[in-house]
Design a protein. Structure first.
Length: 152
């Protein structure tokens, strides 16, 4: 059965593996180069940030108790609003389409609601239909498209 839970110290090696897979898998997607350069490419640094205190949450997704995915969320104050931001949601390919991604997103949404967030934002790269569908199934709606044009 699929589930999501806060990551524990014993999960960190597996989280590092999964995050490295996620970065590699998405590196060639349209728009990924800028996104990855903005957040960083070192899984250890990202994992540390996603565990750094009460403004961050790192979850693992499990299937039959095996860790097969991870998700990270951060809190951001925008004016008077506390906004949750889904920074990462990745499930290894062999474990997809069984509900792990949905459990991870719902786990983050539950945490965001519990700490008083008024809104939640999540990103999907252009053409990443599976992420878009996962987020839409969880109640997300597109509110902004960011278009980019390099000048050099």
């Amino acid at each position: 059965m699929e589930a999501a839970r806060p990551a524990e110290a014993s999960d960190l090696d597996r989280c590092h593996e999964l995050l490295a897979q996620a970065l590699t898998a998405n590196r060639t997607r349209r728009g990924a180069a800028l996104l990855i350069s903005a957040v960083g490419t070192d899984p250890a640094i990202l994992l540390e940030r996603w565990q750094a205190g009460p403004h961050a949450r790192l979850l693992v997704g499990t299937y039959d108790d095996a860790v097969v995915g991870l998700a990270a969320g951060m809190l951001e104050r925008i004016g008077a609003r506390l906004v949750g931001r889904v920074e990462c949601c990745y499930v290894e390919p062999d474990a997809r389409a069984v509900g792990v991604g949905g459990a991870l997103i719902e786990g983050l949404i539950g945490w965001f609601a519990g700490v008083g967030c008024t809104d939640v934002d999540a990103l999907a790269l252009p053409g990443d239909r599976s992420t878009k569908q996962l987020l839409e199934a969880a109640g997300f709606k597109a509110r902004l498209l960011v278009l980019h044009r390099p000048l050099r």
